[in-house]
Write a protein that binds this ligand. Structure first.
Ligand SMILES: [Zn+2]
Length: 389
């Protein structure tokens, strides 16, 4: 009898294993059913526009399985895009609180939460989130970029400068360019107080971070001029042309004043001629024409502008051409007609914007170092083409 029991033992074990396996399967199935019920309830709420109930239901579903994390990020980002920041915050805060999320997902949740706070204008909270991620491999640089945006909005230039070590370590061109402008902002304040040494030191730092910062050379030229160091100022003006020739038309007038003080107008005009040959800018053309007229007479200057306008017509060039025609030798009748044409052109140019942002296309009659629309630095430059340079 006992032998028979021993014979039945493997059968009992196999039965036990089979039943146990079935029970795990059943548990998994129940969990999946539970998940799918919560999901479909959530989706139903979402479709019937009961978004708060939908969020609760979907967040509940998240407790069950990690696979849905991406879907939650997508849902929260959609809320943020639609301006429903409280809902986006709720989802991201929930994701941050989940202990079982992998580090990468958790960091993404903190990053997105920072963006939510930023969109809501809660700068201090956004700052706290981004600071948490500064050492992250995936989110370090992105967080640093957002931090710089916050410091720019709050005009907290020094805070940005305090992060210089990290910015230099990342060696990201855009962040270096931003930081150079933070130095320029401090230099502008020092310039207003005429603190010569401070201005020069701050601008040297700016140029070290971003050798292409025209703004730094522009300010440096101005402070040198104010302190009777016109030769150094002239070098800064020339440097601006090599840094960014699109910005140069705005430099021509102060540069002329500087070279006049230096009594080096021949050198100035040969530089302007080079600028005109290389860029065909209408400001450079108009400036150079006064030199041609002084040196070789009016006829030569008229020939020069006519051939220039044939090659590259611009409204400003044409306005100058009309101006040159208005001489006392002309009859009163023709002067009246020219007056009318000149007035028409001036009115036309008045409604045209002088500057456009190279990043977002924002147009403006006033120059700003930071674009009022996209907030990029040094992107507002004189308009090119028929109606501009
Ligand atoms: Zn812009």
């Amino acid at each position: 009898m006992i032998e028979l029991l021993f014979l039945l033992l493997p059968v009992a074990m196999a039965y036990g294993w089979f039943m146990g396996r079935n029970s795990i399967k059943q548990n998994q199935q129940i969990a999946k059913q539970d998940l799918s019920i919560k999901y479909s309830t959530g989706l139903n709420y979402l479709l019937s526009n009961q978004q708060d109930k939908a969020i609760d239901s979907l967040l509940d579903a998240l407790k069950v399985e990690d696979d849905s994390v991406e879907a939650h990020f997508a849902m929260a980002n959609l809320f943020r895009k639609r301006g429903e920041l409280d809902r986006a915050l709720k989802v991201h805060e929930h994701l941050v609180r989940l202990n079982h999320l992998p580090t990468k997902d958790k960091q993404q949740a903190v990053f997105e939460l920072g963006k939510d706070f930023l969109s809501a204008g809660l700068y201090d909270r956004a700052e706290t989130m981004f600071i948490k991620l500064l050492k992250s491999k995936d989110y370090g640089l992105k967080s640093l970029t957002y931090l710089l945006k916050i410091f720019q909005s709050t005009k907290d230039w020094q805070q940005g400068i305090d992060r210089q070590k990290l910015i230099v370590k990342y060696n990201d061109k855009r962040s270096l360019h931003t930081l150079a402008n933070f130095y320029c902002e401090l230099a502008t304040t020092a310039f207003e107080k005429d603190q010569f040494i401070e201005v020069i030191e701050l601008l040297e730092q700016a140029l070290l971070l971003d050798p292409n910062s025209c703004r730094a050379n522009w300010l440096m030229a101005k402070i040198y001029e104010n302190h009777e160091q016109c030769e150094l100022a002239a070098k800064c003006y020339q440097a601006i042309y090599h840094q960014d020739n699109e910005f140069f038309p705005d430099v021509i007038d102060p540069m002329l004043a500087c070279y006049t003080r230096l009594d080096a107008l021949d050198e100035f005009y040969s530089f302007i001629k080079k600028v005109y040959d290389e860029t065909a800018s209408s400001s450079a053309l108009i400036c150079y024409l006064s030199h041609v007229e002084n040196k070789h007479g009016k006829k030569k200057a008229l020939d020069f502008i006519l051939s220039a306008l044939k090659r590259r017509p611009t409204i400003r060039g044409f306005e100058h051409f009309v101006n040159m025609q208005m001489t006392p030798s002309n009859t009163d009748v023709s002067n009246t007609s020219l007056d009318l044409i000149k007035e028409l052109i001036s009115e036309y140019l008045k409604v045209k914007h002088r500057y456009s942002c190279r990043t977002c296309g924002f147009d403006s009659s006033t120059h700003y170092w930071s674009c009022p629309s996209c907030h990029e630095w040094e992107q507002l430059k004189p308009v090119r083409g028929l109606e501009g340079e």
